[in-house]
Structure formats: C-alpha cells, structure tokens
Ligand binder design. Sequence first.
Ligand code: HEM
Length: 233
Amino acid sequence: MSRWDTLLWVLLPYIALTSFVVGHVWRYRRDGYTWTARSTQLLERRLLLVGSLAFHFGILGVIGGHVIGILVPDSWTRAVGISDGFYHWMAVIVGGAAGLLLCLGALLLVYRRLRIDRVRATTLRSDWVMYPLLLVTIVLGMLCTFVGGLLDEYHYRETVSPWFRSVFTLDPKGSLMVEAPFVYQAHVTVAWLLYAVWPYTRLVHVWSVPVGYLARSPIVYRAKRGATRTALR
Ligand code: HEM
C-alpha cells in the first residue's frame, strides 16, 4: 500500500472516529444547550414537513441497508438461505428506493434553507460544511448502488464491507479498499469526513430521539383560561 492508501484506508477512519467520540463528549459537556436540530418549524412548515419526512424515512431505509450489507458478513446471509443474486437485487431495488427518498428529502431541505430568507438567516457556519458533505455522501452512495451495483455488478461485500468491519476489530485491512472502484472509495472517504465533523454540527440531534415519549405518562395540556375557570368551579 502507498502512503496515500495508508492515510485513507487506515488512518482516516481512526482520525474520524476519534473526532466523532471526543467531539460528542466535548460538545455535550461544554455546549449542552445547543444539542438540538435548531428547528425552524416556526419559520416555514410545508416544505419542512415533506422534506423532513422524506429525509428521515429514507435515511432509516438506507441505515437498514448499510447494517445488512456492511456489518453482516455475506456468509451469514448465505447461511440463512439468501442467495447473493437475491441480495444484490434487493440492495439495488430497496436500497435504491430508500436512497431516492433520501435524495428527495435532502434536496428539499437544502432548497428550503437556501431559498427561504428567514430559514437561510438561521444557517450556521457549520451548516456550510455539513450540508455539502451530507449531499456529496448521499450522491456518491447512489452512484455506488446504481453504477457499481447495476452496470458493474461489483461485489462490495467482499471488499468494502470486511474492510469497514476490520476497522472496528482494530486490524484495518486497508489493502481491501485499494482495488475498489473509485465511487466506493470516494463515498466512504467523504462519509468519514462527515463523521469527523458530525459532533460540531446540528447532526448531534440524532442522539436525542425522544424515545422516552413512548413510555412516559401522558401530559394533559389545557388552555389557561379554561384551567382557571375549572379551578374556580
Ligand atoms: C464509512 C461509512 C460508509 C460505508 C462503508 C458505506 C458504504 C456504502 C456502500 C458499499 C453502498 C452501496 C450499497 C449497495 O449498493 O447495496 C452505499 C450506498 C449508499 N450510502 Fe453509504 N456508506 C457509508 C456511509 C454513508 C453515510 C454516512 C451516508 C449518508 C448520510 C450514506 C448514504 C448512502 C446512500 C444514500 C447509498 C445509496 C442507497 C443505498 O444503497 O442504501 N452512506 N454505501
């Protein structure tokens, strides 16, 4: 492996992961009050509703696809009777559909942020780094699925996936990435950069999904006047 390969496929993942973990701890301790998506719902609702729903449903599908395609070894899916051919077509059809929904949502959200003055005025400096990285990661991911998956039929589960897992077993097999097609190399490189800046952006809100809402006791909201009248009675 050249020095460049070592930098991209061995060092970059650890630099990004260190920034990701340390950055989240630092942000939580130092800046807990800004740990939010900084909602602009009060400034514009319609585009946000469509864009945000498409983006979040799309990303759930894409995350599911990444977990099965990257974290689960291909030998496991074969062992439960899923053939490589079936897996491949499911990845293209289901992964592609989720990716298209994600693209639609992301484009709408970015359009809204750029074209609606009130929303644009709330844009942070970190957004100008995060949004381009997010969009480029998504577009390159789509190219992996449609160009790598349809035209080339490249088997990334034999290279990209074991390499990704090897990073977490602290035995990074960078050589697996050296021969991967450029779109895969570019997609994962930009994704690591996105992970590196993640804690310093509004993406931290991902870890504040209000799951507790599902189990907590209901809160009864009443209008103030009504409440006063009830109390007087
Ligand atoms: C280093 C981490 C990542 C790796 C190793 C990775 C790897 C891959 C691979 C191999 C594919 C092709 C899947 C297929 O054709 O079946 C893909 C597709 C895709 N990736 Fe990633 N990815 C990573 C992070 C991300 C992130 C952070 C995002 C978005 C925020 C993203 C968005 C997408 C999208 C939209 C697709 C196309 C739709 C799909 O197949 O689900 N990826 N990725």
